[in-house]
Design a protein around this ligand. Structure first.
Ligand code: FES
Ligand code: FES
Length: 155
């Protein structure tokens, strides 16, 4: 039987109907709320394509059951990070460095970087590489991604 569940997403409290409280947050975001910034990649918590922020912490939404997201917790997706008119500094840096090839990994790269840079002031290149070590890019665009994150760190 479907039950109603409320979520705080991108600054708005929304209500969704779900059959399974263990359903991954990613499915609710993409299928119930049509937020397609977070991508389905591996579905196993290994590639980072589905990354969102939960209370400012980068989380893999493909392996985060809805039951683990408390009512008051604030979920932010790529759509809530910035807008086309006013992109987040990390989004601006990715645009400036043209840091996407196919773009599939970019949601995760940006969300992971934004959460990291919110806490790490003046990170070294090694710090940035370590922060993104578990975000995979099948296109091999890592050099441009690294340039973008460095640019955002210096902004
Ligand atoms: S889709 Fe979630 S980590 Fe790969
Ligand atoms: S740009 Fe294609 S997966 Fe990273």
């Amino acid at each position: 039987m479907a039950v109603s569940r409320s979520l705080d997403v991108n600054g708005r409290v929304v209500s969704i109907e779900i059959d399974d409280p263990e359903m991954p947050l990613l499915y609710a975001l993409r299928d119930n709320l049509a937020l397609h910034g977070p991508r389905f990649g591996c579905g196993l918590g290994q590639c980072g394509a589905c990354t969102v922020h939960v209370d400012g912490v980068a989380m893999r939404s493909c392996v985060l059951p809805l039951s683990a997201v408390a009512a008051g917790q604030k979920v932010v997706t790529l759509e809530g990070l910035g807008t086309a008119d006013k992109p987040h500094p990390v989004q601006q840096a990715f645009i400036a460095e043209q840091a996407a090839q196919c773009g599939y990994c970019i949601n995760g790269m940006i969300m992971e970087s934004a959460a990291f840079l919110a806490k790490a002031k003046k990170p070294s290149e090694a710090d940035i590489k370590a922060a993104l070590a578990n975000n995979l890019c099948r296109c091999g665009t890592h050099a441009a991604i690294l340039r973008a994150v460095k640019r955002a760190a210096e902004a």
